[in-house]
Write a protein that binds this ligand. Structure first.
Ligand code: GTP
Ligand code: MG
Length: 307
């Protein structure tokens, strides 16, 4: 396979991630957004597992219909106590924010809520649905801006991770909402790198992965086009994540006697490559929250890792 010799081993990837964490000059906030059930909470736990090499449920994730995330929650990743081997000099921290699932909605209240979150105005633990609705009616953008008017610098965002399950249609309005809230528009100067994760990669039907006009390829292309990521291998990825068996449908991942997931090299590798790309410092250079925002490409001049 072309380029295969460039693919790093899992230990090399862990070394690379540790180095990037050590060298970071500021904390990193990553907002995880997607439809309900698109594996946002699972991705956060799996990402931690990929580096920690031990399972810990940092974010409550779906088991049956339970454990829906209803708020935005700031989660500190790679804490010493959960690591097989702690990251030396991990001073600037990485936070993944678990966000409540948003349906394929075009209502501007949701877009505004995400935008205000990205700007650092929505505190950790805020209930999304209670914030955008009052007596079953959506609140106005003005009300939301009034409610979340103060910036907390520590909660400003640097990356957005958008999850789209491989077995579900790409949600058009939600994609547009993400695109519109992360790129400069009118007098808004937000300019944030978006990463696309096609989750539940094990659910891509055999044969469809390469079939140009297959359902899956069409779905993926639609998401890539909407987010302006066509051909961008650093910011688009397909991932299988740690998940439990579902009777009659899915064998799930291996667990120990306590029901904790056991490390899986294939899963960890995909996650570590994504993490290397998320941590690439060149994505920070174009971040701006003022009038002089650059609209240039964020891409690092050198690809961080071959994906
Ligand atoms: N087949 C398969 N199932 C997965 C995979 N990853 C996660 N799941 C399952 O998909 C469901 C997704 O659950 P969550 O991670 O809670 O999804 P979420 O996006 O956080 O959902 P909300 O908080 O409700 O918005 C769970 O039942 C997981 O076990 C995967 O790679 N493959
Ligand atoms: Mg969740």
């Amino acid at each position: 396979m072309e380029g295969a010799r460039n693919i790093p081993t899992i230990s090399e990837l862990r070394v690379q991630v540790r180095q990037l964490l050590k060298e970071r000059e500021e904390d990193l906030n990553v907002l995880v957004v997607g439809l309900p059930g698109s594996c946002k909470s699972t991705l956060i736990n799996s990402m931690n597992m990929a580096l920690a090499e031990q399972w810990h449920e940092l974010a409550q994730f779906g088991k049956g219909d339970s454990n829906k995330t209803l708020w935005v929650k700031k989660i500190l990743m790679f804490q010493d106590k959960f690591m097989n081997e702690k990251v030396e000099n991990y001073e600037k921290k990485v936070y993944f924010w678990d966000c409540a699932g948003i349906e394929n909605l075009s209502d501007e209240a949701y877009g505004e809520f995400i935008g205000l979150t990205l700007d650092g105005k929505v505190p950790d633990g805020t209930h999304l649905f209670d914030s955008v609705k009052k007596e079953r009616q959506l609140v106005t953008v003005r009300d939301l801006r009034k409610k979340f008017a103060t910036v907390n610098q520590e909660n400003r965002f640097h990356r957005l991770l958008f999850l789209c399950p491989c077995d579900n249609a790409a949600p058009e309005n939600l994609l547009k909402l993400v695109k519109d809230t992360t790129t400069p528009q009118g007098n808004k100067s937000r300019n944030l790198p978006v990463f696309l994760v096609m989750s539940k990669a094990d659910k891509i039907p055999d044969g469809q992965r390469l079939q140009e006009m297959g359902e899956y390829k069409k779905r993926k292309s639609k998401a890539e086009s909407a987010l302006v990521l066509v051909g961008n291998k650093k910011r688009t990825t397909e991932l299988k994540l740690y998940h439990a068996a579902v009777e009659g449908q899915d064998v799930g991942c291996d667990v120990d006697v306590f029901g904790n997931f056991l490390p899986d090299e294939e899963i960890d590798k995909g996650l570590l490559i994504l993490l290397c790309n998320l941590l690439a410092p060149s994505y920070d250079q174009h971040l701006a929250y003022n009038e002089n925002t650059s609209t240039d490409s964020f891409e690092p001049s050198q690809q961080c890792v071959v994906s």
